[in-house]
Design a protein around this ligand. Structure first.
Ligand code: ADP
Ligand code: MG
Length: 364
Protein backbone atom coordinates (compact mmCIF):
# COMPACT_ATOMS: atom_id res chain seq x y z
CA UNK A 1 0.00 0.00 0.00
CA UNK A 2 1.30 3.38 -0.99
CA UNK A 3 -1.07 5.69 0.84
CA UNK A 4 -1.82 6.31 4.47
CA UNK A 5 -5.21 4.62 4.39
CA UNK A 6 -3.89 1.53 6.10
CA UNK A 7 -2.35 3.39 9.05
CA UNK A 8 -4.02 3.42 12.43
CA UNK A 9 -5.39 6.89 13.03
CA UNK A 10 -5.25 8.88 16.26
CA UNK A 11 -8.52 8.32 18.07
CA UNK A 12 -9.34 8.78 21.75
CA UNK A 13 -12.66 7.72 23.23
CA UNK A 14 -14.21 7.35 19.80
CA UNK A 15 -13.13 10.82 18.70
CA UNK A 16 -10.67 11.57 15.93
CA UNK A 17 -7.88 14.10 16.31
CA UNK A 18 -7.14 16.03 13.15
CA UNK A 19 -4.49 18.69 12.63
CA UNK A 20 -5.96 22.02 11.50
CA UNK A 21 -3.82 24.46 9.55
CA UNK A 22 -6.19 27.39 8.96
CA UNK A 23 -3.72 29.30 6.81
CA UNK A 24 -4.01 32.87 5.64
CA UNK A 25 -6.50 34.97 3.64
CA UNK A 26 -9.97 33.43 3.67
CA UNK A 27 -8.61 30.20 5.21
CA UNK A 28 -9.50 31.01 8.85
CA UNK A 29 -13.07 32.14 8.08
CA UNK A 30 -13.68 28.99 6.04
CA UNK A 31 -12.35 26.86 8.94
CA UNK A 32 -14.81 28.61 11.27
CA UNK A 33 -17.53 27.41 8.90
CA UNK A 34 -16.23 23.85 9.04
CA UNK A 35 -16.15 23.96 12.86
CA UNK A 36 -19.74 25.22 12.93
CA UNK A 37 -20.95 22.46 10.62
CA UNK A 38 -19.12 19.77 12.62
CA UNK A 39 -20.63 21.09 15.84
CA UNK A 40 -24.15 21.17 14.37
CA UNK A 41 -23.79 17.64 13.03
CA UNK A 42 -22.12 16.25 16.13
CA UNK A 43 -19.14 15.01 14.17
CA UNK A 44 -16.65 13.31 16.53
CA UNK A 45 -13.56 15.23 15.41
CA UNK A 46 -11.27 17.33 17.59
CA UNK A 47 -8.99 19.76 15.83
CA UNK A 48 -5.41 20.42 16.86
CA UNK A 49 -4.88 23.89 15.47
CA UNK A 50 -1.50 25.18 14.33
CA UNK A 51 -1.13 28.73 13.08
CA UNK A 52 1.89 29.21 10.89
CA UNK A 53 3.56 32.61 10.56
CA UNK A 54 2.82 34.50 7.36
CA UNK A 55 6.32 35.78 6.92
CA UNK A 56 8.61 33.97 4.56
CA UNK A 57 11.40 32.00 6.05
CA UNK A 58 14.94 32.37 4.81
CA UNK A 59 16.15 28.99 3.66
CA UNK A 60 19.08 29.13 6.00
CA UNK A 61 16.57 29.22 8.90
CA UNK A 62 14.40 26.30 7.83
CA UNK A 63 15.62 24.14 10.68
CA UNK A 64 14.64 26.85 13.15
CA UNK A 65 11.01 27.27 12.11
CA UNK A 66 9.44 26.08 15.35
CA UNK A 67 5.77 26.66 14.49
CA UNK A 68 6.26 24.75 11.26
CA UNK A 69 8.06 21.91 13.04
CA UNK A 70 5.26 21.60 15.58
CA UNK A 71 2.68 21.55 12.80
CA UNK A 72 4.58 18.79 11.00
CA UNK A 73 4.85 16.77 14.22
CA UNK A 74 1.13 17.16 14.75
CA UNK A 75 0.34 15.89 11.24
CA UNK A 76 2.77 13.00 11.71
CA UNK A 77 1.04 12.07 14.94
CA UNK A 78 -2.51 12.38 13.65
CA UNK A 79 -1.76 11.35 10.05
CA UNK A 80 -4.56 13.64 8.92
CA UNK A 81 -4.79 17.39 8.42
CA UNK A 82 -7.27 19.91 7.10
CA UNK A 83 -5.46 22.84 5.59
CA UNK A 84 -6.12 26.31 4.26
CA UNK A 85 -3.62 28.19 2.19
CA UNK A 86 -0.38 28.74 4.09
CA UNK A 87 1.41 30.63 1.34
CA UNK A 88 3.91 33.16 2.51
CA UNK A 89 4.53 36.86 2.28
CA UNK A 90 7.95 37.58 0.91
CA UNK A 91 10.09 40.15 2.60
CA UNK A 92 10.75 43.11 0.34
CA UNK A 93 14.01 42.91 -1.56
CA UNK A 94 14.49 39.23 -0.79
CA UNK A 95 16.53 37.40 -3.39
CA UNK A 96 14.54 34.88 -5.38
CA UNK A 97 15.06 31.39 -4.10
CA UNK A 98 16.25 32.39 -0.67
CA UNK A 99 12.86 31.64 0.83
CA UNK A 100 10.91 28.42 0.87
CA UNK A 101 7.19 27.84 0.42
CA UNK A 102 5.80 26.10 3.48
CA UNK A 103 3.19 24.36 1.34
CA UNK A 104 5.88 22.81 -0.83
CA UNK A 105 8.01 22.08 2.21
CA UNK A 106 5.12 20.37 4.01
CA UNK A 107 4.57 18.12 1.01
CA UNK A 108 8.25 17.31 0.92
CA UNK A 109 8.74 16.69 4.64
CA UNK A 110 5.62 14.50 4.87
CA UNK A 111 6.38 12.77 1.56
CA UNK A 112 2.94 13.68 0.21
CA UNK A 113 3.90 12.45 -3.23
CA UNK A 114 0.52 12.59 -4.90
CA UNK A 115 -2.17 15.23 -5.24
CA UNK A 116 -5.65 14.17 -6.27
CA UNK A 117 -8.36 16.54 -7.44
CA UNK A 118 -11.77 15.30 -8.51
CA UNK A 119 -13.16 17.88 -10.91
CA UNK A 120 -16.86 17.16 -11.15
CA UNK A 121 -19.66 19.54 -12.10
CA UNK A 122 -22.33 20.28 -9.49
CA UNK A 123 -25.98 20.54 -10.53
CA UNK A 124 -27.12 24.10 -9.85
CA UNK A 125 -23.74 25.69 -10.46
CA UNK A 126 -23.68 27.48 -13.80
CA UNK A 127 -20.62 26.89 -15.94
CA UNK A 128 -19.44 28.68 -19.04
CA UNK A 129 -19.57 25.78 -21.46
CA UNK A 130 -19.48 22.20 -20.32
CA UNK A 131 -22.27 21.20 -17.90
CA UNK A 132 -21.06 17.72 -17.11
CA UNK A 133 -17.33 17.56 -16.37
CA UNK A 134 -15.96 14.55 -14.49
CA UNK A 135 -12.17 14.36 -14.57
CA UNK A 136 -9.73 13.17 -11.90
CA UNK A 137 -6.39 14.95 -11.80
CA UNK A 138 -3.48 12.97 -10.32
CA UNK A 139 -0.42 15.13 -9.95
CA UNK A 140 3.15 14.38 -8.87
CA UNK A 141 3.42 16.49 -5.76
CA UNK A 142 7.00 16.50 -4.47
CA UNK A 143 9.48 16.99 -7.31
CA UNK A 144 9.64 18.35 -10.85
CA UNK A 145 9.72 22.14 -10.91
CA UNK A 146 8.84 22.25 -7.19
CA UNK A 147 12.13 20.81 -6.05
CA UNK A 148 13.00 24.14 -4.41
CA UNK A 149 16.34 24.39 -6.15
CA UNK A 150 15.97 27.91 -7.47
CA UNK A 151 18.48 30.65 -6.94
CA UNK A 152 20.16 33.64 -8.51
CA UNK A 153 23.84 32.81 -9.02
CA UNK A 154 24.52 36.36 -10.18
CA UNK A 155 22.48 39.51 -10.47
CA UNK A 156 20.29 39.37 -13.56
CA UNK A 157 20.17 35.60 -13.85
CA UNK A 158 18.24 32.81 -12.14
CA UNK A 159 18.43 29.07 -12.21
CA UNK A 160 15.70 26.61 -11.34
CA UNK A 161 16.26 22.89 -11.32
CA UNK A 162 13.49 20.57 -12.45
CA UNK A 163 14.15 17.16 -10.90
CA UNK A 164 12.40 13.99 -12.08
CA UNK A 165 13.23 10.55 -10.73
CA UNK A 166 12.08 7.15 -11.94
CA UNK A 167 11.13 6.15 -8.39
CA UNK A 168 8.84 9.10 -7.76
CA UNK A 169 7.37 8.84 -11.26
CA UNK A 170 6.62 5.17 -10.81
CA UNK A 171 5.04 5.73 -7.41
CA UNK A 172 2.63 8.37 -8.66
CA UNK A 173 1.89 6.42 -11.86
CA UNK A 174 1.04 3.33 -9.84
CA UNK A 175 -1.23 5.39 -7.63
CA UNK A 176 -2.97 6.82 -10.71
CA UNK A 177 -3.57 3.44 -12.34
CA UNK A 178 -4.77 1.87 -9.09
CA UNK A 179 -7.05 4.86 -8.57
CA UNK A 180 -8.40 4.59 -12.12
CA UNK A 181 -9.12 0.92 -11.59
CA UNK A 182 -10.75 1.46 -8.19
CA UNK A 183 -12.97 4.24 -9.58
CA UNK A 184 -13.89 2.25 -12.68
CA UNK A 185 -12.18 4.74 -14.99
CA UNK A 186 -11.16 3.24 -18.30
CA UNK A 187 -8.98 6.00 -19.68
CA UNK A 188 -5.80 7.52 -18.30
CA UNK A 189 -3.98 10.38 -19.99
CA UNK A 190 -0.26 10.89 -19.32
CA UNK A 191 0.74 14.54 -19.68
CA UNK A 192 4.24 15.67 -20.65
CA UNK A 193 6.25 18.20 -22.58
CA UNK A 194 8.70 15.76 -24.09
CA UNK A 195 9.39 17.82 -27.17
CA UNK A 196 11.14 20.45 -25.08
CA UNK A 197 12.15 18.39 -22.05
CA UNK A 198 12.93 14.93 -23.43
CA UNK A 199 14.95 13.85 -20.39
CA UNK A 200 12.77 14.89 -17.46
CA UNK A 201 9.29 14.70 -18.99
CA UNK A 202 10.45 11.83 -21.16
CA UNK A 203 11.36 9.83 -18.07
CA UNK A 204 8.05 10.64 -16.41
CA UNK A 205 6.05 9.54 -19.48
CA UNK A 206 8.15 6.41 -20.15
CA UNK A 207 7.82 5.22 -16.56
CA UNK A 208 4.08 5.91 -16.59
CA UNK A 209 3.67 3.89 -19.80
CA UNK A 210 5.66 1.00 -18.35
CA UNK A 211 3.43 0.96 -15.26
CA UNK A 212 0.36 1.24 -17.49
CA UNK A 213 1.33 -1.96 -19.29
CA UNK A 214 0.40 -3.76 -16.07
CA UNK A 215 -3.13 -2.37 -16.27
CA UNK A 216 -4.64 -3.70 -19.51
CA UNK A 217 -8.12 -2.66 -18.34
CA UNK A 218 -7.14 1.04 -18.42
CA UNK A 219 -6.57 2.61 -21.85
CA UNK A 220 -3.56 4.95 -21.83
CA UNK A 221 -2.90 7.89 -24.03
CA UNK A 222 0.00 10.29 -23.98
CA UNK A 223 -0.53 13.97 -24.60
CA UNK A 224 1.49 17.17 -24.48
CA UNK A 225 0.49 19.54 -21.70
CA UNK A 226 -0.53 22.21 -24.20
CA UNK A 227 -2.77 19.88 -26.13
CA UNK A 228 -4.29 18.59 -22.89
CA UNK A 229 -5.24 22.17 -21.91
CA UNK A 230 -6.86 22.74 -25.30
CA UNK A 231 -8.67 19.40 -25.36
CA UNK A 232 -10.04 19.86 -21.83
CA UNK A 233 -11.37 23.29 -22.75
CA UNK A 234 -12.89 21.99 -25.98
CA UNK A 235 -14.45 18.82 -24.56
CA UNK A 236 -13.52 17.21 -21.26
CA UNK A 237 -15.96 14.31 -21.68
CA UNK A 238 -13.50 11.75 -23.10
CA UNK A 239 -11.10 12.25 -20.16
CA UNK A 240 -11.02 10.00 -17.11
CA UNK A 241 -7.83 10.24 -15.05
CA UNK A 242 -5.17 12.78 -16.02
CA UNK A 243 -1.69 11.93 -14.70
CA UNK A 244 0.65 14.90 -14.73
CA UNK A 245 4.06 16.11 -13.61
CA UNK A 246 3.97 18.71 -10.85
CA UNK A 247 3.87 22.13 -12.53
CA UNK A 248 1.52 21.30 -15.42
CA UNK A 249 -0.82 19.89 -12.81
CA UNK A 250 -1.22 23.35 -11.28
CA UNK A 251 -2.51 24.76 -14.56
CA UNK A 252 -4.57 21.72 -15.49
CA UNK A 253 -6.13 21.94 -12.03
CA UNK A 254 -6.88 25.62 -12.57
CA UNK A 255 -8.50 24.86 -15.94
CA UNK A 256 -10.57 22.06 -14.44
CA UNK A 257 -11.75 24.19 -11.52
CA UNK A 258 -12.63 26.95 -13.99
CA UNK A 259 -14.62 24.46 -16.05
CA UNK A 260 -16.74 23.40 -13.08
CA UNK A 261 -17.46 26.93 -11.90
CA UNK A 262 -14.48 28.59 -10.23
CA UNK A 263 -11.73 28.30 -7.64
CA UNK A 264 -13.96 28.11 -4.56
CA UNK A 265 -15.67 24.81 -5.36
CA UNK A 266 -13.30 21.86 -5.43
CA UNK A 267 -11.26 20.01 -2.85
CA UNK A 268 -7.87 18.39 -3.26
CA UNK A 269 -6.05 15.67 -1.34
CA UNK A 270 -2.32 15.26 -0.70
CA UNK A 271 -1.47 11.61 -0.02
CA UNK A 272 1.71 10.02 1.22
CA UNK A 273 2.64 6.83 3.02
CA UNK A 274 2.51 8.56 6.42
CA UNK A 275 -0.24 11.13 6.15
CA UNK A 276 -3.03 12.70 4.15
CA UNK A 277 -3.62 16.45 3.96
CA UNK A 278 -7.00 17.74 2.80
CA UNK A 279 -7.40 21.21 1.34
CA UNK A 280 -9.33 23.29 -1.19
CA UNK A 281 -8.46 22.28 -4.75
CA UNK A 282 -6.68 25.48 -5.72
CA UNK A 283 -4.17 27.57 -3.80
CA UNK A 284 -6.10 30.83 -3.52
CA UNK A 285 -5.64 33.19 -0.62
CA UNK A 286 -8.61 35.34 -1.58
CA UNK A 287 -6.90 38.46 -0.22
CA UNK A 288 -9.42 40.87 -1.76
CA UNK A 289 -12.46 39.20 -0.25
CA UNK A 290 -10.92 38.31 3.12
CA UNK A 291 -13.07 39.37 6.09
CA UNK A 292 -16.04 40.40 3.93
CA UNK A 293 -18.06 37.27 4.62
CA UNK A 294 -18.48 36.34 0.97
CA UNK A 295 -15.85 33.61 0.53
CA UNK A 296 -17.24 30.45 -1.03
CA UNK A 297 -16.96 27.69 1.59
CA UNK A 298 -17.78 24.80 -0.79
CA UNK A 299 -14.20 23.73 -1.56
CA UNK A 300 -13.24 23.69 2.12
CA UNK A 301 -16.45 21.86 3.11
CA UNK A 302 -15.77 19.24 0.46
CA UNK A 303 -12.20 18.93 1.76
CA UNK A 304 -13.69 18.39 5.23
CA UNK A 305 -16.03 15.74 3.81
CA UNK A 306 -13.11 13.96 2.11
CA UNK A 307 -11.27 14.05 5.43
CA UNK A 308 -14.26 12.56 7.29
CA UNK A 309 -14.44 9.66 4.85
CA UNK A 310 -10.70 9.12 5.21
CA UNK A 311 -10.83 8.85 9.01
CA UNK A 312 -13.67 6.36 8.72
CA UNK A 313 -16.62 8.69 9.33
CA UNK A 314 -18.04 7.74 5.94
CA UNK A 315 -21.66 8.40 6.89
CA UNK A 316 -20.88 11.95 8.01
CA UNK A 317 -18.70 12.52 4.95
CA UNK A 318 -21.50 11.45 2.63
CA UNK A 319 -24.00 13.55 4.56
CA UNK A 320 -21.81 16.65 4.36
CA UNK A 321 -21.24 16.21 0.63
CA UNK A 322 -24.99 15.76 0.10
CA UNK A 323 -25.80 18.81 2.23
CA UNK A 324 -23.41 20.96 0.17
CA UNK A 325 -24.90 19.68 -3.10
CA UNK A 326 -28.44 20.24 -1.83
CA UNK A 327 -27.66 23.84 -0.81
CA UNK A 328 -26.20 24.54 -4.25
CA UNK A 329 -29.16 22.91 -6.00
CA UNK A 330 -31.54 25.11 -3.99
CA UNK A 331 -29.64 28.17 -5.24
CA UNK A 332 -27.73 28.99 -2.06
CA UNK A 333 -24.58 30.43 -3.61
CA UNK A 334 -21.89 33.00 -2.84
CA UNK A 335 -21.23 35.87 -5.29
CA UNK A 336 -18.26 34.18 -7.00
CA UNK A 337 -20.67 31.67 -8.56
CA UNK A 338 -23.38 34.22 -9.27
CA UNK A 339 -25.39 34.05 -6.04
CA UNK A 340 -26.17 36.56 -3.31
CA UNK A 341 -25.60 34.42 -0.23
CA UNK A 342 -22.91 35.09 2.35
CA UNK A 343 -20.47 32.52 3.67
CA UNK A 344 -22.61 32.34 6.83
CA UNK A 345 -25.83 31.81 4.84
CA UNK A 346 -24.24 28.85 3.11
CA UNK A 347 -22.81 27.41 6.31
CA UNK A 348 -26.19 27.83 8.02
CA UNK A 349 -27.94 26.00 5.16
CA UNK A 350 -25.49 23.12 5.48
CA UNK A 351 -25.82 23.09 9.31
CA UNK A 352 -29.62 22.93 9.10
CA UNK A 353 -29.47 20.12 6.58
CA UNK A 354 -26.90 18.16 8.62
CA UNK A 355 -28.78 18.66 11.90
CA UNK A 356 -32.09 17.48 10.43
CA UNK A 357 -30.45 14.51 8.73
CA UNK A 358 -28.69 13.54 11.95
CA UNK A 359 -29.73 10.14 13.21
CA UNK A 360 -28.26 8.56 16.31
CA UNK A 361 -28.20 5.19 14.55
CA UNK A 362 -26.55 6.49 11.36
CA UNK A 363 -23.84 4.00 10.41
CA UNK A 364 -20.30 5.16 9.75
P1 ADP B 1 -4.84 36.30 -4.32
O1 ADP B 1 -3.98 37.02 -5.30
O2 ADP B 1 -5.31 37.10 -3.17
O3 ADP B 1 -4.24 34.99 -3.93
P2 ADP B 1 -6.54 34.57 -5.42
O4 ADP B 1 -5.58 34.03 -6.40
O5 ADP B 1 -6.68 33.97 -4.08
O6 ADP B 1 -6.15 36.02 -5.15
O7 ADP B 1 -7.96 34.49 -6.03
C1 ADP B 1 -8.25 34.63 -7.41
C2 ADP B 1 -9.69 35.04 -7.52
O8 ADP B 1 -10.52 33.95 -7.12
C3 ADP B 1 -10.04 36.22 -6.66
O9 ADP B 1 -10.95 37.03 -7.35
C4 ADP B 1 -10.69 35.57 -5.47
O10 ADP B 1 -11.59 36.45 -4.85
C5 ADP B 1 -11.38 34.36 -6.08
N1 ADP B 1 -11.53 33.27 -5.11
C6 ADP B 1 -10.62 32.33 -4.78
N2 ADP B 1 -11.10 31.49 -3.84
C7 ADP B 1 -12.36 31.89 -3.58
C8 ADP B 1 -13.38 31.45 -2.70
N3 ADP B 1 -13.22 30.39 -1.89
N4 ADP B 1 -14.55 32.12 -2.68
C9 ADP B 1 -14.74 33.17 -3.49
N5 ADP B 1 -13.82 33.66 -4.35
C10 ADP B 1 -12.65 33.02 -4.39
MG1 MG C 1 -3.46 34.25 -6.49
Amino acid sequence: HTVAEVLPLTKYGGRHTVTLLPGVGIGPELMQGVRKVFAAAGVPVDFEEHVLPEQALPRSHLDRDEPFEHAVLSVQRNKVALKGNIEIKRRGGGQAGQEASRTVLLRRVLDLYVYVMEARSTPGVKTAKQPDVDVTLVRQNTEGEYFMLEHSPVCGAAESMKVVTADASERVARFAFEYARAQGRHRLTVVHNKATLPRSDGLFADVALAVGAEYPDVAVDVMSAGRCCAELLRDAAPFGVVLTPNLYGVYLGAILSGLVGGPGLLSGINYGPQAAVFEPGTRNKGTQIQGRGVANPVGMLRAAADMLSFVGQRGSGRQLRAAVDAALRRGTATPDIGGASSTDDFIQAVCDDMASARQPWDPD
